[in-house]
Design a protein around this ligand. Structure first.
Ligand code: 3PY
Ligand code: MG
Length: 263
């Protein structure tokens, strides 16, 4: 089976730079996959992406050096299994708040006897090779999103889940639940403490610690802080910024930090 380079990167303590796609396009997925990312995530939760688009995006990513991942809508086994069959080499699951939810998530990603994934690897065989079923349990990456107060309270139990590779902080939802404001780079003391806690406990459990960021600079400082998996903004933010900058430069003006759309 095609190895998952993210697993090796984590073992060797190499940083993983992960792209994030919200635009439903195989073509933009292909472009993103060629920009040097270690992995690229197709976001079915907040991206404007249905299964048919996700399939063509995973196919496009397969033609690039980036490892294809998917973030699912919710902790729903049917969708998780279908995206794995479509060739996702890892799943990021939002809103994991309890150990039971973490177990259910991991179980959907693992074939029996480790889990309850149903057999039918479909496109995963084409991308991964015919021995995919034998090794998929070892190679598929599982990241549980910590983005609720309850998830923070149950952090150690979640991190204890067998077969869970790590956690990924959703800083917008986490700051919304902790401070009442969604802000990916929140400097609120409760948010700073929560992020430090997730980092410290992940390290203690020898699990991968990831976080969504809004820029390359923010991602670099998260890596310096000790995170191993960072997302330096999504395609929508990057497209908005690049376009705004080009327009401002054409007008001889200074680009603004965020546009009328909020991006
Ligand atoms: C969050 O910040 O809540 C996320 O889910 C990032 O995509
Ligand atoms: Mg979120």
């Amino acid at each position: 089976m095609r190895k998952n380079p993210l697993k090796a990167a984590f073992r060797q303590q190499q940083p993983i730079i992960n792209g994030w796609l919200a635009i439903p396009s195989g073509y933009s997925a292909e472009i993103a996959g060629h920009q040097g990312y270690d992995s690229v995530t197709v976001d079915l939760q907040h991206g404007m992406i249905d299964f048919a688009s996700a399939l063509s995006m995973l196919q496009a990513l397969s033609s690039t050096p980036a490892t294809p991942l998917a973030r699912v809508n919710s902790n729903e086994p049917a969708q998780i299994m279908r995206l794995l069959d479509a060739g996702a080499w890892g799943i990021i699951c939002p809103m994991i708040s309890t150990a039971e939810q973490a177990q259910q998530f991991v179980s959907a990603c693992r074939y029996p006897p480790m889990g309850t994934r149903s057999f039918g690897p479909a496109r995963a065989l084409l991308y991964g090779g015919k021995d995919y079923p034998e090794y998929a349990n070892e190679e598929i990456l599982t990241l549980a999103m910590i983005e609720t107060r309850e998830g923070l309270d149950n952090l150690d139990a979640i991190l204890d889940t067998d077969g869970l590779d790590g956690v990924f902080i959703g800083p917008n939802d986490l700051s919304l639940t902790l401070t009442g404001h969604a802000s990916a780079e929140s400097q609120h003391p409760d948010m700073l403490a929560a992020v430090e806690l997730v980092l410290a406990r992940s390290h203690a459990h020898k699990k991968l610690a990831g976080i969504f960021c809004t820029s390359g600079q923010a991602a670099a400082s998260r890596l310096a802080q000790g995170f191993q998996f960072v997302t330096p903004a999504n395609d929508v933010m990057q497209l908005g910024r690049a376009a705004r900058e080009a327009v401002a430069l054409a007008r001889g003006e200074t680009p603004t930090a965020s546009g009328t759309s909020g991006y």
